[in-house]
Design a protein around this ligand. Structure first.
Ligand code: SOE
Length: 381
């Protein structure tokens, strides 16, 4: 690594690739960091599309073979933005080649792959090679503030966690059989894609881990038009996943992840109730946090809105004047900021592959419970 540069190679350039590119492009223009991100190459199987993506997203070059990308001497970081079925292979090869790795969520399609990735990450870390998983919502300032307030004891003992991540992009039965609806490509459906976000987010803000679950899953539309030919093919993942859970600090929780909540386009909401008060976050109002202080006189009680745009709120001093709001894309800029700062400091960034493996173990417990008619299922350690 050149002292002042982190040379990035990204694999995949669809939605997440575009979000990550925006972050790499922006991070040094906003944050004061000891290293600069240099967007060396983007990689995708189709040469013409990869070239167009490089041009559109701001990469110096493009490639079609991720193995060649990983082998390059002029790459320090491999950013994995592909579907889940290739995360393990690319990330472990990159770590073995001495590249720092940022891998999109969920970490992998299976627990076995996540374990292998975590072992590889631990070996790499002892050689100074860093890795992290891209649970970007941790980096929304209001979410980071929620964690700080809970860690400061402002909610007292945490009793309830209530989390929902609702989308509606496949409610039309004519929507085609994209990779996200195929188990061998995506691992699971709404559960792994968006349920993983609320599992990670709630564990992050409360500092507690899920120990057991009772779950059900449903696939409402079981066949969809094929993308690559005539006729229909089977949907092999869940459309919706719901579960109750216990956390190791004594809290009880409910989780809901679905792609069938008509009218809810990308609605993530989390509420935490403690003995001294409550906090609620809603992604559709991501510059705000709702706070109820149960220690205040009852006649002054109720939820009040905290506008999270002050310079002493997480990440916000780098942006605009107080009251000038930010959005979805900023969570990725904050993610790469934290990743780069940790790499530059010679520290392991978070969430680590080990943290992401724990999310994977919760996903696995949810699927096992659902298969057993919602019977209580412990999360493996
Ligand atoms: C799913 O539609 C999706 O793109 C997720 O994969 C992302 O993680 C989430 O940020 C937005 O929705």
């Amino acid at each position: 690594m050149d002292n002042a540069e982190l040379r990035i190679g990204m694999v995949g350039y669809a939605f997440m690739g575009a979000a990550h590119s925006q972050a790499w492009r922006t991070v040094n223009r906003v944050f004061d960091l000891p290293v600069r991100a240099r967007m060396v190459a983007v990689c995708g199987r189709d040469g013409a599309k990869a070239a167009a993506a490089a041009d559109r997203l701001g990469w110096e070059g493009h490639m079609t073979d991720w193995r060649a990308l990983v082998a390059r001497d002029d790459i320090d970081v491999v950013d994995v933005c592909t579907p889940g079925d290739s995360h393990a292979e690319i990330a472990t090869a990159a770590l073995a080649a001495g590249k720092h790795v940022l891998c999109e969520k969920p970490l992998s399609n299976t627990v076995d792959e996540a374990r292998a990735m975590t072992t590889a990450a631990a070996h790499a870390s002892s050689a100074g090679v860093r890795s992290a998983c891209g649970y970007n919502y941790r980096r929304v300032p209001a979410v980071a503030l929620m964690r700080e307030l809970i860690a400061d004891g402002r909610l007292g003992a945490i009793r309830h966690v209530r989390a929902a991540y609702l989308q509606d992009w496949i409610t039309d039965p004519g929507f085609p059989l994209v990779w996200r609806l195929q188990r061998e490509r995506a691992g699971s459906g709404a559960l792994g894609d968006i349920g993983s976000h609320i599992i990670d987010l709630t564990q992050y803000v409360t500092g507690q881990r899920i120990t057991g679950v009772s779950a059900l899953t449903e696939t409402f539309v079981r066949e969809r038009p094929r993308l690559d030919g005539p006729g229909a093919g089977p949907v092999t993942v869940d459309d919706a996943a719901l579960f109750t859970a216990r956390l190791d600090g004594g809290a009880v929780a409910t989780y809901e992840a679905t792609r069938f909540a008509t009218g809810r386009r990308n609605a993530l909401r989390v509420e935490v109730n403690g003995s001294l008060g409550s906090l609620a976050f809603d992604l559709e109002r991501l510059n705000e946090l709702e706070f109820h202080d149960a220690t205040a006189p009852a006649r002054e009680g109720g939820f009040r809105r905290v506008l999270v745009t002050e310079p002493d709120h997480p990440y916000m001093s780098a942006w605009w004047l107080p009251g000038c709001v930010i959005g979805y894309e900023h969570s990725f800029t904050h993610e790469v900021r934290d990743f780069m700062a940790a790499v530059a400091a010679g520290e392991d960034p978070t969430p680590s592959f080990a943290d992401a493996l724990q999310v994977q173990l919760v996903l696995d417990a949810v699927e096992r419970s659902a298969r057993l008619d919602s019977s209580w299922t412990k999360v493996e350690s």
